[in-house]
Design a protein around this ligand. Structure first.
Ligand code: CMP
Length: 137
């Protein structure tokens, strides 16, 4: 069964909508295979978002992702990568479709409530980045 990585970002954790976001996943056939609440440090956030290192928003992205606790999850289900992306909506909440997580809970392209893996290959890397084999159940 396919797996993908989801992160509930500091803005959504601060707002107290962890449960509401998790409900979107569980109500749409995505099972939580692993989950933890952590606070990222600069080094870890920078390594996780290494692909964006050269982008102009990299500094702000790392600053934002280390600004408060996040909830990291491995989600499992049929077509999990695509399903999660559909549930999240567009990266910029202004462009996100009505009823998506970002349309409902996000403020801006930086504070956009959730991260989700963009491919099966990245999902595998991102899940391994945060979870050991024993933590995925
Ligand atoms: P995320 O899915 O976590 O992946 C990288 C993040 O960079 C993205 O969500 C956005 O929150 C943030 N970001 C900021 N500016 C941009 C941009 N112009 N294009 C893409 N992502 C951006």
């Amino acid at each position: 069964m396919e797996k993908t990585l989801s992160i509930i970002k500091p803005d959504a954790v601060k707002k107290g909508v962890i449960g509401k976001i998790i409900d979107r996943f569980e109500s749409n056939g995505l099972r939580i295979a692993a989950m933890k609440k952590i606070k990222l440090d600069e080094k870890t956030a920078g390594e996780f978002y290494e692909v964006h290192k050269e982008r102009p928003f990299f500094g702000e992205l790392v600053e934002f992702m280390t600004s408060g606790p996040v909830v990291v999850m491995a989600l499992e289900g049929e077509g999990a990568v695509l399903k999660n992306r559909e549930l999240m909506g567009a990266t910029d909440p202004k462009e996100a479709e009505k009823g998506t997580i970002r349309a409902d809970f996000a403020e801006s392209i930086d504070a956009n409530a959730v991260h989700g893996s963009d491919s099966l290959e990245n999902a595998d890397r991102e899940i391994k980045f945060f979870f050991s084999k024993e933590e995925i159940l």
